[in-house]
Ligand binder design. Sequence first.
Ligand SMILES: C[S@@+](CC[C@H](N)C(=O)[O-])C[C@H]1O[C@@H](n2cnc3c(N)ncnc32)[C@H](O)[C@@H]1O
Length: 273
Amino acid sequence: MVRKMSKRSRDPAINKLREVKAEAESLGIPETIINGLQAVDDLATAREDYCDSKTSTASEPMAALIKDTLEHPWQNVYEEGKTAWNITPRMMSGNLEGYVLKFLVSASKSKNVLEVGMLTGCAALGMAEVMPDDGKVVTCEIDPYLVDLARKLMDRSPHGKKVEILTGPAIESLNGLAKKNQKFDFIFIDADKPGYCDYFNICFSELLAPGGTIAMDNALFGGKPYMEDSPPNEGVTKFNNMIVTRKDIYYVLMPIRDGIMLIRRKEDMNGTV
Ligand SMILES: C[S@@+](CC[C@H](N)C(=O)[O-])C[C@H]1O[C@@H](n2cnc3c(N)ncnc32)[C@H](O)[C@@H]1O
């Protein structure tokens, strides 16, 4: 299958390859080389498509939520002043990452889940789908327009009732949860990247239940953290650099989509033998 890809990839290596191919074309480089570069692009794209095709399909309400998020007139609602910024549906976790979260939540038998950064509710509803009737997902979202939209999209599913939305800046919502001494078995952090260190610190020290797991999305952040000119003290790079200095946790960066970092307390993972 040969597809001419033009849209930007999450993988900076593929984007670089496309730049090189365009340059090669403009220089009149022999067609065999151009075709070779295209074949590499096709292989990388086919790999992503293959992973999607070998992942369970979404439930009907979830498929509808994903479709409606992709087709929403984001540009118009932004120009009408309804959203604080021009939202791109690329921010949505989607079906494959949604299933990764479902596996983590169901394998850990989590009954209390926290999400930081909801968008239209793709991950929140996905996790709710695999939780028992008395399970609960608390999710934080700053944008009131998204809160209303997500509520509508999630409530088309019987699992939507398990999702509680806290509207406002996530740090305030997290402080409020800590004050009420709430604990969560699984925490998915996926909001603004400059806030990652603060979100992690309060989640880890105040909100994570014994035996719990934290997942941080976008740990690869389009390649920025491993590019040579990346400022070490910004956003995701700063967060990743902070994590590796800690002695009290185990962590793993999984190269799924834009990277998911899993973090657990060492005491919850060390064997006793
Ligand atoms: C990458 S999207 C979340 C995607 C979502 N988890 C999903 O499964 O599709 C990030 C979200 O965080 C929200 N956000 C950004 N800054 C925030 C803040 N300070 N407090 C709460 N939410 C915030 C944005 O409005 C956006 O909806």
